[in-house]
Design a protein around this ligand. Structure first.
Ligand code: TPP
Ligand code: MG
Length: 676
């Protein structure tokens, strides 16, 4: 069914400062129409929820329109970046798309912009830089920063709009993002939607030090001010001036919009925690009736009544059209998880001559190659610039490429990863180094929920490489983790784990050109373990597949990372002492897991050993064993053998660490016992 024609009054989605100086009746009418539309749609959605026609969490923005509407009208939608919160329906309606398209999202039907994979307000229009929010409050600020910076790097005079509530103001991401925006001098308007409550919790139970959240701006070295709930046109004037300042000075600003929730937290909220009379107070503060009365004086009540009727009729017609859209089809969900492999980038076939390099040097050469050949690439991480990174993998790159391409991040893994996601969504390709893989847990939400799910829920690409120096080298619990199982328990992440300098070089190029977030595990113990020849390899994409590093017919051993060398040593020993030839596969790619070659090999040997440094319980070997055993035909001759580290935190002392992780003699003992 065709979408109903949009009323003429909604034809323009834009306002400029001059329109608001001495607003004409037409301007007033336009602002009113968008506010009224937003209110009517929010109320209708609530009704549809109560009728059981809309599911999930319905959080209305009733009471937030007085600032969100003028702000969205003032934004330059051709270049700016925004991420609205769950109170930002007006922003979404103005930014892009027909009302039916927005309603389809709420009905989660076949026309939904998220293909019904996300619900209600969790959407955006990433192609037009309206970033779809995830539930985790605060987590969208980093992406706004990155996408705004990306716009500026492309020479577009963009401003970013980053919204968060009074509740979200307590999250670490908000602090990290405010600090980062000020540090990088990013043109971002931060808007705190202070509606006095986070769900049922009043602000006095959320933070100390008074109610003036905007005063935090001074601590970040940025301008801040509050605007009280009131006239949308006056609010528009204040916002227009602030946006202009941000656009021209490139300095962020923090605005506290003191707003209200007319309908509680969500559709199911009973609001019985409100103080006596508070609900009436909110209703009295609602700027919409006053604005309407003022407008009636200018336009005449008849005209306004007719406008309301037209908007109401339009909303109703759209609801009926969207209700008739079929339910979504689950087909294609699985194949949509990852962006399909694109054509290889036009890499120069260099270096043509092999050079003997350590694995760290091979990564350095690959990073340099990316920086030289790919102008959209940006390296970020702690101490990676002048210092060259904790493991010197980025050595000398800063000198050659400067701070705009190779920059030191502050200790803010979550916001910096969010920032990298924003860059990636807007056409840049960031490579982020975590100082140690362990610290990636600080960015767990950004990695596993924001980046990893982005394509599935919005169709947007997130080409991002996350470099993770991992593995035990005598540094104890917090600098040694093998986190592949932890991260890969969540869908949407690719992962490579090279064991040789050439594979590391290839893996970096393959990860870089992939259209998905890729984890690149780099075992610290391999960084400087001898030099091996490295050159341009036209078959660099083969790192996405396992590699048979040793032939054998007795059993198939699957391993990766630092354990590859150990496995070869063990296999050589068993061949010499037991005359049993063990085949060894270096998995190289942990996600997506392609075990075709390994399954075929196990079909021949009919015995499977999995060896890894990560802990045994919930370890990556469990997945390999399960998949191979499931499809083993003919059946295996022996139960699969799974060797990993002990189920303990990584202990510090060398003797304890040696007992904790697989060692040559222990592995030989395990295998010979298993051989019987
Ligand atoms: C990090 C995080 N913790 C908990 C929640 C669950 N939650 C959803 S909305 C909400 C209250 C948010 O309050 P506020 O930031 O003030 O926004 P408001 O709903 O008032 O607009 C909570 C606790 C969440 N979404 N994110
Ligand atoms: Mg709130």
């Amino acid at each position: 069914m065709a979408f109903p024609p949009t009323p003429a009054i909604l034809a323009s989605h834009d306002l400029c400062a001059a329109d608001l100086a001495e607003p004409s009746p037409a301007t007033l009418e336009q602002v009113y129409a968008w506010i009224q539309l937003t209110r009517v749609v929010d109320n209708r959605i609530l009704e549809l929820f109560r009728q059981g026609l809309i599911k999930g969490t319905v959080t209305g923005g009733q009471g937030h329109e007085w600032f969100i509407v003028p702000l969205a009208l003032l934004a330059d939608k051709a270049v700016d970046v925004a991420c609205f919160t769950h109170r930002g329906l007006g922003g979404h309606l103005i930014w892009s798309g027909h009302l039916c398209w927005h309603l389809d999202q709420y009905f989660a039907n076949a026309g939904s912009p998220t293909r019904a994979r996300e619900g209600n307000i969790h959407r955006g229009d990433p192609g037009r830089r309206s970033l779809p929010m995830i539930s985790h409050l605060g987590a969208m600020l980093g992406p706004v920063l990155g996408a705004t910076d990306s716009q500026r790097r492309f020479g577009r005079a963009a401003v970013g709009f980053a919204f968060f509530g009074d509740g979200a103001s307590s999250t670490g991401d908000v602090h990290e993002s405010l600090n980062l925006a000020s540090l990088l001098s990013l043109p971002v308007v931060f808007v705190i939607e202070n509606n006095r409550y986070a769900y049922s919790t009043p602000t006095r139970e959320q933070f100390a030090g008074g109610k003036d959240l905007w005063r935090r701006a001074a601590g970040y070295g940025m301008e801040g001010f509050a605007i009280d709930c009131g006239d949308p046109v006056e609010t528009g004037r204040t916002l227009a001036a602030a946006i202009e300042r941000v656009r021209t000075t490139c300095r962020p600003i923090l605005i506290e919009a003191r707003t209200l929730r007319l309908r509680g937290h969500a559709a199911y909220d009973t609001c019985d925690y409100l103080q006596p009379g508070e609900s009436d107070e909110f209703a009295a503060l609602d700027p919409l009736p006053g604005f309407r009365a003022r407008l009636a004086d200018v336009l005449g009540s008849d005209r306004l009544d007719a406008l309301d009727a037209e908007l109401g009729g339009f909303v109703e017609a759209c609801v009926q059209v969207s209700l008739a859209v079929p339910r979504p089809d689950p087909a294609g969900m699985e194949s949509d998880l990852f962006a399909p492999a694109g054509a290889p980038l036009p890499w120069r076939p260099e270096p043509a001559e092999p050079e003997a390099l350590t694995l760290a040097q091979a990564l350095n050469r690959a990073l340099r190659k990316v920086l030289v050949e790919r102008p959209e690439s940006i390296l970020l991480g702690q101490d990676i610039a002048e210092y060259g990174g904790a493991f010197k993998v980025t050595e000398a790159l800063f000198r050659e490429f400067g701070r705009s391409r190779v920059w030191n991040t502050p200790l803010a893994e979550s916001a910096c990863t969010g920032y990298a996601i924003g860059l990636a969504m807007n056409g840049h390709r960031p490579i982020e180094e975590f100082q140690f893989a362990d610290f990636a847990t600080e960015a767990t939400t950004q990695i596993t929920l924001n980046a990893a799910t982005l394509r599935f829920r919005s169709g947007a690409a997130c080409p991002l490489v996350l470099r993770l120096p991992c593995g035990s080298v005598g540094l104890g619990s917090f600098h040694s983790q093998e986190l592949e199982s932890f991260f890969l328990a969540m869908p949407g992440l690719k992962a490579l784990y090279p064991s040789t300098p050439q594979d590391a070089f290839n893996a970096l190029l393959a990860a870089y050109e992939d259209g998905n977030p890729v984890l690149l595990f780099e075992h610290k113990g391999l960084y400087r373990r001898g030099k091996h020849p490295v050159a341009w390899d036209p078959h660099y994409r083969n790192v996405w597949r396992p590699h048979q590093v040793r032939a054998g017919d007795y059993a198939t051993l699957v391993t990766y990372g630092e354990m590859v060398a150990l496995a070869r040593e063990v296999a050589d020993y068993l061949a010499a002492e037991y005359e049993s030839e063990i085949e060894v596969f270096d998995l190289r790619c942990l996600s997506p897991l392609d075990l075709t070659d390994i399954a075929a090999a196990v079909g021949r040997t009919r015995r499977l050993i999995v060896l890894h440094e990560g802990r045994r319980t919930h370890g990556f070997g469990a997945e390999i064993v399960a998949r191979i055993a499931e499809q083993a035909a003919p059946p295996l001759l022996a139960p699969p053998l799974r060797i990993g580290s002990l189920d303990l935190p990584v202990p510090f002392a060398a003797e304890l660490e040696a007992a904790f992780r697989p060692q040559r003699d222990g592995v030989i003992e395990r295998i010979t016992a298993w051989m019987g």
